[in-house]
Design a protein around this ligand. Structure first.
Ligand SMILES: *[C@@H]1O[C@H](CO)[C@@H](O)[C@H](O)[C@H]1NC(C)=O
Ligand SMILES: *[C@@H]1O[C@H](CO)[C@@H](O)[C@H](O)[C@H]1NC(C)=O
Ligand SMILES: *[C@@H]1O[C@H](CO)[C@@H](O)[C@H](O)[C@H]1NC(C)=O
Ligand SMILES: *[C@@H]1O[C@H](CO)[C@@H](O)[C@H](O)[C@H]1NC(C)=O
Ligand SMILES: *[C@@H]1O[C@H](CO)[C@@H](O)[C@H](O)[C@H]1NC(C)=O
Ligand SMILES: *[C@@H]1O[C@H](CO)[C@@H](O)[C@H](O)[C@H]1NC(C)=O
Length: 389
């Protein structure tokens, strides 16, 4: 009985109301942020923020931006035990991200990592049993109970956790090989063949432009045989939009739709996960600016068309991948240890949640997305009475 009480207390602390609350806080911050000045640091990367190569025991991710933060001591240099507030602070002080952007990236990221993968990456379910029955209700209750508690979602992470395949990490990454078949985690190390292929898209002026980025993404999606789902394709565009926004040479974030990144900076950062001495953000990188750039990249990619770029200029390195088996779907929280006993483990069978091809229409607004994704997971399981264990 005590156990049941504990369960219901935990369930009432479910993620959704808290996400809605954080969304409200986030919107308020967005409004207040509109009038504040860019947060720009000027740090020559000595002392606390000097570049230090990671040791073999340090934890690193497939994401160059986060590895760079750890290499410069904006995050713990060992890449371990990173809390959300630590990450928010690092994104703001190192990259000039505004509070709303840092919030969305951080809380959206923890949410994606600690929840079942978004439905778009899961096998489809036949819509034959979309009726409300007692068993589907009881299953819904079960799912609600088995969603991770906020405490588990926001537990500190190690950078290597981010390699968990198809949560944040995705196929068709610009400089990382795809996760091997049946593998839970993607490779963390950069693939230098792919890196050279990426750099080959630089313009003759030695800049990396919106067009370079769009063509490189079209090529990688082609090379991965389009195994990236619409949700992660959006995530992937969001990532490169951030890179163009933060490292672009323009003085505003949306100005970077037209300005490129200087290649020496891009190389140092992408290949070595290092910021050149004296580099500082030129402007505050906003959430809306990032969404604008992401839309612009999407527009250029659509104009190029699927498979419209099949090799990098002057580089013939990669064969098209063979079709790969579906990713392993497992609870990312299986190994998260939280000291309190008042937590519920994830036991839901998420492998049958339906796919929704329309997910890509949502903007890169992660909290909205997160609530939406959670709704979709619950809604699709609602109709799946046969799933009751
Ligand atoms: C290179 O720069 C020149 C002038 O600075 C410009 O006219 C030209 O369009 C640029 N070329 C490319 C490929 O970006
Ligand atoms: C790097 O990528 C290329 C092209 O996809 C592939 O042939 C090669 O095996 C990869 N190398 C490693 C170490 O994964
Ligand atoms: C690419 O994927 C399609 C469908 O997903 C499949 O029919 C095709 O055989 C795959 N091509 C290769 C080269 O693996
Ligand atoms: C949990 O740990 C076990 C053994 O250490 C490992 O085999 C498994 O892959 C881990 N699962 C996750 C989701 O990390
Ligand atoms: C999950 O559901 C699938 C399909 O409904 C089933 O084949 C599988 O055995 C289930 N797995 C567990 C652990 O319940
Ligand atoms: C996707 O969107 C189209 C139109 O926007 C709609 O007709 C269709 O039913 C949607 N499909 C799903 C699965 O929501």
């Amino acid at each position: 009985m005590a156990f049941l009480l504990r369960i219901s207390r935990t369930a009432s602390l479910s993620l959704k109301p808290l996400l809605i609350l954080s969304l409200l806080v986030f919107l308020l911050t967005l409004v207040s942020q509109a009038r504040t000045h860019p947060h720009v640091t000027n740090d020559a990367f000595t002392g606390t923020h000097a570049f230090i190569l990671p040791s073999s025991s340090d934890s690193r991710s497939p994401c160059p931006a986060l590895n760079t933060l750890a290499n410069h001591g904006y995050l713990p240099r060992d890449g371990k035990n990173i809390t959300p507030s630590h990450l928010v602070h690092a994104l703001k002080s190192a990259y000039g991200a505004t509070t709303p952007l840092a919030w969305v990236l951080t809380y959206g990221g923890y949410f994606l990592l600690r929840n079942p993968p978004p439905p778009a990456s899961l096998p489809s379910l036949s819509p034959s049993s979309l009726s409300l029955s007692l068993s589907s209700l009881s299953h819904l209750a079960h799912v609600a109970k088995s969603l991770p508690t906020l405490r588990k979602v926001l537990a500190p992470l190690d950078l290597s956790d981010l390699a968990l395949h198809n949560h944040i990490e995705h196929d068709a990454s610009l400089a990382h090989s795809n996760a091997p078949p049946h593998s839970l985690y993607a490779p963390v190390s950069t693939n230098h063949t792919l890196l050279d292929q990426l750099f080959a898209f630089a313009t003759p002026n030695d800049t990396f432009t919106l067009s370079s980025i769009a063509r490189a993404r079209v090529l990688r999606e082609y090379q991965s045989n389009h195994s990236i789902d619409p949700f992660h394709a959006e995530v992937a565009r969001g990532e490169v939009a951030l890179v163009l926004g933060i490292f672009g040479s323009a003085l505003t974030d949306t100005g970077n739709i037209n300005a490129g990144i200087d290649m020496p900076l891009f190389r140092t950062w992408f290949a070595d996960n290092r910021l050149p001495a004296g580099w500082a953000p030129k402007h505050a990188q906003t959430l809306l600016g990032t969404v604008e750039i992401s839309k612009a990249i999407r527009g250029v990619m659509e104009r190029i068309g699927r498979g419209g770029v099949r090799e990098a200029p002057g580089v013939h390195v990669v064969e098209k991948e063979r079709d790969r088996p579906a990713p392993i779907i497992a609870s990312p929280l299986a190994n998260v240890s939280v000291s309190s006993s008042s937590t519920v483990s994830i036991t839901s069978n998420v492998s049958a949640v339906s796919a929704n091809p329309n997910l890509s229409k949502a903007e890169a607004l992660f909290p909205l997305y997160a609530v939406d994704v959670q709704d979709k997971i619950v809604a699709s399981i609602w109709g799946a009475g046969q799933l009751v264990e």
